[in-house]
Design a protein around this ligand. Structure first.
Ligand SMILES: [Zn+2]
Length: 237
């Protein structure tokens, strides 16, 4: 139940000073790398909230290996919340100036405290994730995090929001929530004005590659054309 999670013990999470010390921010160079939005070989999956005029700060792309890995981790424990970090790229499209992120890999969180309705990232969790990212993916960034909500639905609890704002404070960092029983999921992305809604989640763009075959089976997302982000470049195939 969500209410349980909202009663998260402040003492078990990081106090603010500790939080800033282990903040999972971008490398010192900062700034998104110029790149091209992958306009072809992509399938767009839209959530019920994607057509209501919201303006997310970034578009979210997901590679198929990352999607498979996320689903596999999410299904590993159907009774307790599990989670981890999303690793990938933060890019800016030339010449549109549109920012996007590409989730390419996943790191499971360790040293967490978790139960059926809560998941706490401890300081050890964050230090381990940060260290593992630097060791395995030094060229990539921590573009966000994911966790499961067994039998609870897709939303961000008060604690989730707290964790997101403290440890993933960049406008381009996102939170993915998955409900493994009903196979639904969605990305929480800050709006351009910095706001973040507890309930309005977004779909994503699946990089399907040459096969063109989708692997996405989340029941709350609908396939859509790649309109709105592109100006026809995907027709080059
Ligand atoms: Zn949660």
């Amino acid at each position: 139940m969500p209410m349980v999670e909202e009663e998260f013990p402040q003492g078990e999470a990081l106090p603010k000073t500790e939080a800033s010390r282990v903040r999972l921010g971008p490398p010192e160079d900062s700034g998104p790398r110029p790149s091209r939005i992958p306009r072809s070989k992509v399938r767009r999956w839209v959530s019920p909230f994607d057509r209501d005029g919201s303006k997310p700060a970034v578009s979210v792309f997901l590679t198929q290996p990352a999607f498979v890995r996320i689903c596999s981790l999410a299904g590993r424990d159907l009774d307790n919340e599990v989670g981890g970090a999303l690793i990938g790229q933060w890019r800016i499209d030339n010449p549109s100036g549109e920012q996007f992120i590409v989730a390419e890999a996943v790191l499971p969180a360790r040293f967490t405290r978790h139960g059926s309705a809560f998941l706490t990232f401890t300081q050890d969790t964050l230090v381990a994730l940060h260290g593992e990212q630097e060791a395995r993916y030094p060229e990539k960034r921590m573009i966000g995090w994911f966790h499961t909500h067994p039998r609870m639905g897709v939303f961000l609890s008060d604690y989730d929001i707290w964790l997101h704002q403290h440890f993933f404070p960049e406008p381009w960092q996102v939170a993915l929530v998955i409900e493994p029983h009903t196979q639904i999921g969605g990305f929480f992305v800050r709006e351009e004005d910095g706001s973040l809604d507890h309930h309005r989640y977004h779909g994503f763009l699946e990089i399907v590659g040459n096969s063109g075959k989708s692997l996405v089976d989340w029941k709350n997302l609908e396939p859509d054309h790649f309109e709105g982000l592109t100006e026809g470049a995907e027709n080059n195939e």
